[in-house]
Design a protein around this ligand. Structure first.
Ligand code: HEC
Length: 162
């Protein structure tokens, strides 16, 4: 993404992004890395290079074509039988996940992976803000994106050439 420094429009867009980043995007990034531990299966960059070899192979989220609503649904209800945990505490206890319950899943032989922690709706929203800003549709990770992603030059960015 290009930042036009100088023009008034560019500047306001820039400050807008910085504000967005300090609030919801940064909070979403922390949830991705810490509370949700999404990176264990999806990799820190969301590119599917998982951090934990014992974990299922997560999808490459950078190439995801999901709309925001679908994305939020997948995070809350997971993908039973495919290794993606459900992060909504009440998933499969009432009708919020296509009306299916834990019993239904068991009957269908679909195993549900346990999440590191469950997330509140607000946290899932922040996660979505973060993913759309930094991961989904952002193309392959490169050095500039890596520095932007972490907010500084970290050693994780060394693998990307100048
Ligand atoms: C235990 C491993 C694991 C963890 C932890 C995990 N995922 Fe997944 N995720 C998967 C797997 C496996 C898939 C589906 C692969 C497939 O397509 O069958 C998946 C799929 C997805 C998809 C669907 C992508 C698409 O375009 O279809 C999204 C979105 C997603 N995960 C987001 C997240 C987020 C956000 C978190 C953290 C809150 C997370 N995942 C944590 C394993 C995991």
């Amino acid at each position: 993404m290009t930042v036009f420094v100088g023009g008034l429009w560019g500047l306001s867009e820039y400050t807008g992004r910085v504000f967005a980043q300090t609030d919801t995007v940064a909070a979403g990034g922390r949830i991705y890395r810490q509370k949700g531990d999404c990176q264990a299966c999806h990799g820190w960059a969301g590119d599917g290079r998982k951090m934990d070899s014992q974990m299922p192979d997560g999808a490459n989220l950078r190439e995801s074509t999901l709309e925001r609503e679908q994305l939020i649904f997948v995070i809350k209800c997971g993908l039973p039988g495919r290794g993606m945990p459900a992060f909504d505490r009440r998933a499969y206890t009432d009708d919020r996940c296509l009306g299916r319950t834990h019993d239904d899943l068991e009957r269908m032989g679909l195993e549900l992976f346990d999440p590191a922690a469950t997330l509140q709706n607000r946290e899932v929203d922040r996660l979505a803000d973060f993913l759309y800003e930094k991961v989904i549709g952002q193309g392959q990770m490169d050095r500039a994106k890596c520095i932007d992603f972490w907010g500084e030059e970290v050693t994780a960015c060394d693998e990307f050439l100048q």
